[in-house]
Design a protein around this ligand. Structure first.
Ligand code: 7RM
Length: 656
């Protein structure tokens, strides 16, 4: 392996507990009532995987049937070719016939305000807002940015776009104005839907203000639609361009027939970090995404009519798209949505909510679980969590210690835990146990789901049978990304060029046990996973060199107890700029301003030089060793070996 190529995560990641062979079969009470408690789905899918997906698709309503299940011209695919549907019909209209008065969304605001929307109400609100969008001239194929707090109107905005065939591009509310304008510009959004603000840790974050700044750096935006979260907050409006959400819907009709979408019409774009400074616009289409989010939600979260389902993600991430909005709504679930932080007003807010709403299915991220562990066992113990029957984990590898704690203190040793591996690109969960069937092993996400084929390969496409290698998906699946917005070549290069054009490369290292359970070890490319959020090292580097004092920078990840990874930036400054503590702080703030607080470096190390090979490539592996305080490996290719000693000294200093 060359010095600059990314290396595999260490095999010893989970050594803390894996030497003890622990396995957890489904609790008998759970299995007895589970939607799936045997291997029949795997058997059906193994026999004929296209028939498996055909059967799944047939459970949804289609306006016109498809002619062909899959058209695969690697690496491009079409699923359910010629089929016509609208995902909002399956999310909303369909349930009006069977259970119009059932709860669709329960909302808890951070300040403690509550709302409830039935399926009938959610349908009406979606139609009204869809008509409002139409009245502004928005039509099928237009791109619409959504930059919202976690309120029901965020889901309604997504659904209203989908209703009329407009393509939504949700931008996480924690992103900066620059990040928002970059995303708006890349797909030339015609409108942005935002709010005056949203509550986070007791503060009202002024989203409209950030939107105004962002829109100044764009040329495609014709309308800014503003949902009013707090009427007492002064929110300046630009006349002609800005519209209050409540004024637009006040007189809008509740009748808005769904646009007939082709299965391959684009449903949404969601930007995610890659290995360059420019985020990738992941493109998902209507049919395949509908089918896969519907079926994975049904089987993995084992939903029943009386479940109260809570996924703690933000709708700004793929988890929010697939497992707050589209998957659960297609299943007619009762969905809890919480606006704020887990530690406001106190560190037990989540457990208070579980108790109050009698949550039955709870889906969160390992980084949150590790924070709960740190906050103490007494917090969950103070609350009645007996309603819980199933737990989930997503976003990063869950270390066995956190798994065991989650099982004992939240699941009270009676809830199966589904560790779900997937990506923005895959649209839906790919690797996970089925809670009524699979024996769970802490640290292992489980086997590939029915209809999904995964394996572990080495660089030369040989199967790796022992030890770690690269995770690979070897057959297409309905919710796979179709391309990158405006850059199909990058789609081909990033995902389908590692081995051959029919094998998808997710960018993760993994290993497997004898039963085919995958342990996903983390990224093998220059993408960090900080608190379950993907951040490209190049994005942070670009933000740093954008500062006038910075000459060059190299960003790496370092293992972090709570966040999974922390961001460490090595920075050289221009001329004789003073490498002061003030500048150090200023640079951290600068990155947060440029990208968003999630990308703020934990540590900045000033250095006179960056370690480079003789051909001028930055030696990231060496920087990672330094950042983690490890013994330095081979430095024979280093142009100037003295750089290492001074870097180690600087790193130790800046940590002090
Ligand atoms: C859903 C989501 C994707 C990256 C992926 C992995 C990591 C996600 C798990 C996981 C180990 C898991 N989409 N990842 N889930 N690693 N076990 N259960 O997170 O596009 O934002 O990130 O997250 O590295 O490639 S994402």
């Amino acid at each position: 392996m060359s010095d600059t190529s990314p290396d595999l995560p260490t095999d010893q990641v989970f050594d803390d507990l894996l030497h003890e062979d622990r396995s957890f079969p489904p609790p008998p009470d759970f299995a007895a009532k589970a939607n799936i408690s045997d291997a029949s789905l795997y058997e059906a899918a193994n026999e004929d995987y296209l028939q498996y997906w055909t059967d799944q698709a047939a459970e949804l309503d289609w306006f016109e049937p498809w002619e062909e299940t899959l058209e695969w011209t690697p690496p491009h695919c079409k699923w359910f070719v010629g089929g016509k549907l609208n995902i909002t019909h399956n999310c909303l209209d369909r349930h009006l016939e069977t259970k119009p008065d059932a709860t669709a969304i329960l909302f808890e605001g951070e300040p403690g305000d509550q709302r409830k929307l039935t399926y009938r109400e959610l349908h009406a609100e979606t139609c009204k807002f869809a008509n409002a969008l139409k009245s502004l001239g928005i039509t099928k194929g237009d791109r619409i940015a959504i930059y919202m707090p976690m309120v029901p109107e965020a889901a309604i905005a997504m659904l209203a776009c989908a209703r009329i065939g407009a393509i939504h591009s949700v931008v996480f509310g924690g992103f900066s104005a620059d990040s928002l304008s970059d995303r708006i510009n890349d797909s030339e959004c015609k409108a942005v839907i935002t709010a005056d603000g949203g509550w986070r840790r007791g503060k009202f974050l002024p989203l409209k203000e950030t939107t105004d700044t962002a829109v100044q750096a764009t040329s495609s935006i014709e309308h800014v639609i503003v949902y009013q979260r707090d009427p007492s907050f002064d929110c300046p409006m630009t006349s002609g361009r800005d519209h209050w959400y409540h004024e637009l819907v006040a007189n809008a009709s509740e009748d808005c027939p769904p646009e007939e979408m082709d299965a391959e019409d684009v449903l949404f774009i969601l930007y995610t970090s890659g290995t360059t400074g420019k985020p990738k616009g992941i493109v998902h289409t209507t049919g395949g995404y509908s089918v896969t989010t519907y079926s994975t939600t049904k089987y993995i979260f084992d939903l029943k009519d009386d479940d109260i389902y809570w996924c703690t993600a933000d709708v700004g991430w793929i988890t929010g798209h697939s497992y707050i909005v589209y998957g659960p709504l297609q299943n007619g679930a009762q969905i809890l949505m919480y606006e704020g932080a887990p530690n406001h007003p106190e560190n037990d807010r989540f457990w208070e909510i579980v108790e109050k709403y009698k949550v039955t299915v709870f889906y969160t991220a390992p980084t949150a679980i590790r924070a709960f562990m740190k906050w103490g066992d007494d917090l969950p113990a103070k609350h009645d969590l007996s309603s819980l029957r199933l737990l989930g984990s997503v976003g990063e590898p869950i270390n066995p210690e956190a798994w065991m704690w989650y099982n004992q203190h939240i699941g009270q040793n009676k809830c199966p835990i589904v560790d779900t591996w997937w990506q923005t690109e895959t649209g839906a969960i790919m690797i996970s146990g089925l809670p009524g069937h699979t024996t769970m092993k802490p640290g292992f996400a489980g086997p590939a789901l029915p209809g999904i084929k995964a394996t572990i390969l080495d660089e030369d496409a040989n199967e790796v049978t022992s030890g770690s290698g690269l995770l690979a998906i070897t057959q297409p699946w309905p919710s796979m990304l179709r391309t990158l917005w405006g850059d199909d070549q990058r789609y081909i290069d990033t995902y389908f060029s590692k081995w051959n054009p029919s094998i998808y490369f997710p960018g993760d290292g993994a290993k497997r046990d004898d039963e085919g359970n995958f342990m996903v070890l983390g990224r093998v490319d220059d993408v960090l996973n900080v608190s379950g959020h993907r951040i490209g090292t190049m994005e942070v580097e670009s933000a740093l060199v954008d500062h006038p004092a910075v000459a060059e920078s190299a960003v790496v990840g370092r293992a972090h107890d709570l966040k999974g990874q922390a961001i460490v930036a090595f920075v050289t400054v221009k001329g004789n700029t003073e490498m002061s503590d003030d500048l150090n702080n200023e640079l951290r703030v600068h990155v947060a301003d440029k990208i968003g607080a999630i990308a703020r470096p934990d540590q900045i190390v000033f250095t006179a030089d960056l370690p480079k090979t003789r051909s001028g490539k930055i030696m990231r592996r060496l920087l990672r060793d330094i950042a983690e305080g490890r013994a330095i490996g081979d430095t024979t290719t280093l142009a100037d070996a003295s750089v290492v000693a001074s870097l180690q000294a600087q790193h130790a200093d800046s940590e002090g």
